[in-house]
Ligand binder design. Structure first.
Ligand code: CIR
Length: 254
């Protein structure tokens, strides 16, 4: 999990209207902005050069840039988000990615895929089949990935938003998983650290260049990671959680 760059987008005032399945109230844009500054600082401390894009007020969920694109080394797949209200975010990301010289691939109707459903492990992608990513999106993504030398495996996501709401890679061979994916056969080759039932949200961490960024407030998960001798840094992303977002969805890393 070596990364040298990331793209993030400053949250706008419209974040208070972001999609949410929860009942913990809408995000506070001012607090979200401060949390986002700390997040970008943490990416930079981990050695990533961060391109910070301006807010897109017309798209309340646009801070969650991970859902708009998937980087496959020299190419990038422009996603077609499952939520209609988020589709316009992709055109903006496409314009911003042009400067970086990636070969562009696109997902077309009727396919839908959110980057939050795509977990990369080496030359493999696990793709969540979820509320947001459909079979057609998975098949198109798999064909593109195969052309670029990657394999793919679909993983049913029975609850929650995305595959990566429930799993992340914390070192080359170890996945941190929520109980819902603890016995998922697709992950049989990996060592698995299972977060406790009441800390499911903490399964969305971000391992970057030797440090694992994790959300604050999940002591049992922090201990699980520390016992594995992983270096952990906690970040408050509580305002993004109100809109079903977490650490991974706030950036595109490559
Ligand atoms: C949504 O429902 O699309 C946003 N409110 C949250 C997206 C979170 N994205 C992610 O975890 N990759």
């Amino acid at each position: 999990m070596e990364f040298f760059a990331a793209i993030a987008r400053t949250p706008g005032k419209s974040l208070c209207r972001a999609l949410s399945s929860g009942e913990s109230g809408s995000p506070d844009p001012v607090r979200a902005r401060a949390q986002h500054v700390a997040y970008v600082d943490a990416l930079e401390e981990a050695g990533l050069a961060v391109t910070l894009l301006p807010p897109l007020e017309a798209f309340p969920d646009s801070v969650f840039v991970e859902d708009t694109a998937v980087v496959l080394d020299e190419a990038v797949v422009l996603c077609r988000p499952g939520a209609q209200s988020r589709r316009g975010e992709v055109g903006a990301m496409q314009r911003d990615l042009r400067a970086l010289d990636f070969e562009m691939e696109v997902i077309r109707p009727p396919g839908t895929i959110d980057g939050g459903d795509v977990l990369r492990v080496g030359r493999r992608f696990f793709v969540g089949l979820s509320k947001r990513t459909n079979q057609a999106g998975f098949e198109q993504f798999s064909a593109i990935a195969a052309r670029h030398g990657f394999s793919t495996l679909g993983v049913p996501v029975a609850a929650g938003l995305h595959l990566k709401s429930h799993v992340c890679l914390v070192d080359r061979r170890t996945l941190l998983v929520a109980p819902i994916l603890a016995d998922e056969p697709a992950f049989a080759d990996f060592s698995r650290l299972v977060v406790p039932e009441n800390e499911g949200y903490a399964a969305n961490c971000l391992a970057l260049n030797g440090v694992v960024l994790m959300p604050t407030g999940f002591p049992a998960t922090a201990e699980l990671l520390q016992r594995r001798e992983l270096s952990v840094k906690e970040l408050d992303v509580g305002e993004f959680r109100r809109a079903d977002g977490g650490l991974s969805c706030l950036s595109l890393r490559f």
